[in-house]
Every structure is written in C-alpha cells, then in structure tokens.
Ligand binder design. Structure first.
Ligand SMILES: [Mg+2]
Length: 240
C-alpha cells in the first residue's frame, strides 16, 4: 500500500502492527471502542480492519489516493470503526478518556482502548488526560504506548527524554505493564488485563520491525520505498 501510493510512515506502522492485529482479532468486542492516537499508523490500522473483514482489498488499493476514504491519517468520518480523525498528535488520549467517562456515566458496558506513540508524550495534553483518567478512576480505559524510541526528528531521548515511562504512568495512577510489543501472547495477555484503576501497557517495539534496513532507523519515519528496496523488503518478509 505504502509503496504503490509512494508515501512514508512505514517504520511507525510496522512497530504498531502486531499490537493492532492482536487487538482486532483477540480483544475488541462490540461494545468496545478504539482510538489510534498515533494517526500516522493509519496504514497498519487499515490492514487490521481488512484482516477482520471490515475493509476489502478494493478499499486498500485506494489507500492515500485522491478522494479516498483511506487517507494517510484516519478519516474524520466514513469508516464506522474509526471514531475520530486523528494524527494531530496528543489528542487521542483525551478523546478516549472522554469516551470512557461517558460509558461510566451512562452505565454502558465495554472498554475503551487508545494507542499512542512514544514521541507523542511531548504533548502536554496527554499528561492532562492522565490526571483526568485517574481522578475519574477510568478502569474501563486501557492505553497502549508503542515505545519504539524514535520520533520524527530524532530519538525520544534526544528530543524530550521520557525517562522510564512505565514508572511515570504508575505515578499517575495507572496499572501499568511493560511488554514486548512484538510478542502476540504477551500483547493479548496484557490487553485482557483490566484492573480496578486505569490501565496502561508500555509496549517495547522496533520501528520498521521485520525489515532489516528499516529497523531502528530514524529515516524510515518518513521515507517512501523505491522499487529496489520494496523488492528487498518483500524478499525478507517472504523468508519469514
Ligand atoms: Mg516513536
């Protein structure tokens, strides 16, 4: 999809993909909601939605084309499973916390999940949302952080060091688990966990996971694939 449409953001899609597949195949029920706060991983989200039959192959071909539903960031409307247009970073968690509070006030069942990037914690709105979620004891909220250690313009440590994010989330009142974000049984176990307080999963991931020349390489935040690299990537994935 990314190759044929000539767009980047591949690295951050590959770090998020295993988590999104586990979420859609093993966790989400009809009363649940999911918000992809790191909207630049829309490609991985569309693949997850395709893999559970929500989108078709014909839909995927339209990725990032003119007048498409499948824009480079999740669309504001048109796909029922996509509740909000996201990608302007730092907003998804506040939206998720509001949804979770709404469910509690109305006595509605279901959980709310939100996936964030690690670079996204540069945004103060996320820390406000943590305070709010703790204050309201949103035990129906689970946040997943795709901790790949890189963001658009450098390592997260160079840009604005998060320290040990899991410790900070615990301090903010979240039941927090640290896992390998490319280990499906561990991902599913962590997503199933629902404590009597807001829940957080810090998923240690690899940007560009699965493609040797992309892994942990900053430039694959933005670069599109040329034909030679596309063929090499396909070969590597086929060998798996
Ligand atoms: Mg990152």
């Amino acid at each position: 999809m990314h190759y044929e449409s000539g767009v980047g953001h591949i690295g951050g899609n590959l770090s998020a993909l295993d988590i999104l597949l586990c979420l859609y195949h093993k966790i989400l029920q009809k009363d649940d909601a999911f918000i992809l706060s790191k909207g630049h991983a829309a490609g991985a989200l569309y693949i997850a939605l395709w893999s559970v039959g929500v989108l078709s192959e014909a839909d995927l071909v339209q990725f990032h084309r003119e007048d498409t539903l499948l824009s480079g960031h999740p669309p504001v409307s048109g796909i029922p499973e996509v509740l909000f247009g996201t990608g302007s970073l730092g907003h998804g968690l506040s939206l998720a916390a509001g949804l979770a509070l709404g469910k509690k006030l109305k006595g509605q069942p279901g959980r709310v999940f939100c996936m964030l990037s690690d670079g996204e914690w540069n945004e103060g709105s996320n820390w406000e949302a943590l305070i709010f979620a703790n204050q309201q004891n949103l035990d129906n909220l689970t946040i997943v952080v795709d901790l790949n250690g890189l963001q658009g313009f450098g390592t997260t440590r160079e840009v604005a060091d998060l320290g040990v994010l899991g410790e900070k989330l615990r301090t903010f009142g979240f039941n927090t688990e640290e896992i390998n974000g490319h280990d499906p049984p561990a991902i599913i176990r962590a997503l199933e966990t629902q404590a009597a307080q807001p829940n957080a999963i810090v998923a240690n991931t690899t940007k560009g996971n699965g493609i040797s020349f992309m892994e942990n390489r900053l430039e694959w935040h933005y670069l599109p694939l040329n034909e030679a690299l596309y063929q090499q990537a396909l070969q590597e994935l086929t060998r798996l």
